[in-house]
Design a binder for this molecule. Structure first.
Ligand SMILES: [Zn+2]
Length: 142
């Protein structure tokens, strides 16, 4: 089946549209990475192709830990994007001081707690329009 771009929830997550695509490639390998500015060394989250501190557009990839702590969460029961089953737990996960917005998997909403330890379990979503796999950051209880 061919989907129109207007109903693709992740239209820019492909090699053609973002130089940060490597983030998703590594995510698919089970690694959470972000950018380190090659100019000033600042590690940013989310990954950035341009540094607001020193205005450099050169960067390298830096690995982040594969575990974090739930800093905040919410449960969405209705109005979920196509392809998402409900209820869905969305969380802000603290990973080495970075606030990573993600989905929590493999947990009942009533079992989620602030301070809970979680590990990276990337979630595969619909392939991009060229048929390549795409991933989103997701975490599961440790
Ligand atoms: Zn910089």
């Amino acid at each position: 089946m061919t989907y129109f771009r207007a109903v693709d929830p992740f239209p820019l997550e492909s090699e053609r549209y973002t130089k940060l695509h490597e983030f998703y490639t590594r995510l698919g390998q089970g690694r959470l990475v972000t950018t380190r500015c090659a100019g000033c060394g600042r590690v940013a989250w989310p990954p950035r192709g341009f540094c607001p501190e020193c205005r450099s557009d050169r960067f390298e990839w830096a690995d982040l830990p594969g575990e974090g702590t739930v800093a905040a969460f919410t449960v969405q029961e209705t109005g979920l994007p196509a392809g998402f089953d409900g209820p869905r737990v969305f969380a802000v996960v603290d990973v080495a001081g970075h606030r990573v917005f993600s989905v929590l998997r493999e947990v009942a909403p009533e079992k989620v707690a602030i301070g809970q330890r979680v590990r990276l379990t990337p979630m595969r979503v619909d392939d991009d329009p060229e048929g390549k796999p795409r991933w989103l950051p997701a975490f599961s209880p440790v």
